[in-house]
Design a protein around this ligand. Structure first.
Ligand code: SAH
Ligand code: SF4
Length: 379
């Protein structure tokens, strides 16, 4: 039998094309898409308004397969974390963060990451591989389905949506896995799938300048940029990609993006590292860097230490003092709250058994690898 097509891999236009190849009209693709993404259905026999002949065709040509769940934990604060198997010893994490009037899903785009930021445990793992479209959108598909099931919310467009916001802030650099990321974004926005507005979907990037520009044309969702430093020498050290795309170019790209963005600001993420990037002088330098240049919000993230990093979290007073400098300069600033600590779901605390591809000495212990997840996004 021919290999089955995983329908989670097909973005809306691709599903129309694929249905066309089966001799089906475009509206069938829409129906199918609604069954899969709105009802969370994977059993073709349950898709009752599709002709029986089509259902039979689907059974021999297609499947709806999200990554398998390795573990599923819920924190006392309601944060829920899934470890997902993406094959060959690779696992990625997805985290749901419930808040009073929204539910945010933090999704991964790669197993590991090649950018290798100093403070990031995903980076320390090295790069394993890019996730496929099905593995990215499958995180949303699966999480919505499981969350509804847990609450007894009916499937389908009338059932109350549990996930109202998506942030691509899990493992990996989304803009270095560009095509699958954009295909997944398109499904998130499509009315026959998740129907999320562009402002409720955020891509977080360490600053892949050409891809920021490309994203503005292909799928301009909200943008978060991981800044972490107020000058090039420091950023070169913390985010090695800065050597390729230095701050001037990065900020220019942010500015260009704003002409297309659904929000009129960029969110800058800034991970607070004790004695490294958290002084009042550095806060003032940060003000100089962005003020009057890029309309922005700054989100200060308390660093979640992991053993191999050799770095420490900035003390609370230092974070507050840093935030005060920014606020006094008129820059909207938030300090991200840590959620899900009791299930190791806070930033930098996630642990997945991810195959080591780096041979880095600190990984030779074969201890569980820590990956990060930012908690409570500011959007
Ligand atoms: N690769 C993208 C998206 C994933 S990282 C990016 O870098 O933007 C998402 C965020 O998690 C980044 O802003 C990063 O600063 C943060 N992060 C990484 N490791 C962390 C840690 N140990 N503690 C706190 N935040 C961390
Ligand atoms: Fe990659 Fe983002 Fe981690 Fe940097 S912070 S290593 S870009 S996942």
């Amino acid at each position: 039998m021919a290999e089955l097509t995983n329908l989670l891999d097909l973005e809306p236009a691709g599903l129309v094309r694929w249905c066309g190849e089966l001799g089906e009209k475009p509206f069938r693709a829409k129906q199918l898409q609604r069954w899969i993404h709105q009802f969370g259905e994977s059993d073709f026999d349950a898709m009752t308004d599709l002709a029986k002949s089509l259902r039979e065709k689907l059974k021999t040509h297609a499947t709806v397969a999200a990554p398998a769940v390795i573990s599923d934990h819920t924190s006392s604060d309601g944060t829920r974390k899934w470890l997902l198997d993406v094959g060959n010893g690779n696992a990625v994490e997805t985290v749901f963060i419930p808040e009073e009037n929204r539910g945010t899903l933090c999704v991964s785009t790669q197993a590991g990451c090649a950018v290798n930021c100093r403070f990031c445990s995903t980076g320390k793992q090295g790069f394993s591989r890019n996730l496929s479209v099905a593995e990215i959108i499958g995180q949303l598909w699966l999480a919505e389905r499981l969350l509804r099931r847990a609450k007894g919310v009916p499937a389908g467009p009338k059932g109350e949506r549990q996930i109202t916001n998506v942030v691509m802030m899990g493992m990996g650099e989304p803009l270095l896995n560009y095509e699958p990321t954009v295909a997944a974004l398109k499904m998130m926005l499509d009315d026959n799938a998740y129907g999320l507005s562009r402002r409720r979907v955020t891509v977080s990037t360490s600053g892949v300048v050409p891809m920021i520009d490309k994203l503005s044309g292909d799928c301009a969702v909200a943008l978060a940029v991981s800044l972490h430093a107020s000058n090039d020498p420091l950023r070169d050290e913390l985010v090695p990609l800065n050597r390729k795309y230095p701050l001037k170019e990065l900020l220019a790209a942010c500015k260009r993006y704003l002409a297309f963005a659904p929000r009129d600001f960029i969110t800058f993420e800034y991970c607070m590292l004790d004695g490294v990037n958290d002084s009042p002088d550095q806060a003032r330098e940060l003000v100089q860097l962005v003020k009057g240049k890029v309309p922005c919000k700054i989100n200060l993230i308390p660093f979640n230490p992991f053993p191999a990093s050799g770095l420490l979290r900035s003390p609370r007073e230092r974070v507050t003092a840093f935030a005060d400098v920014l606020l006094q300069a008129g820059i909207v600033t938030t300090v991200r709250k840590t959620r899900g600590d009791d299930i190791d779901a806070a930033c930098g605390q996630l642990a997945g058994e991810v195959q080591d591809r780096t041979n880095a000495p600190q990984r030779m212990t074969r201890a569980p690898v820590h990956v990060h997840r930012p908690s409570r996004p500011s959007h």
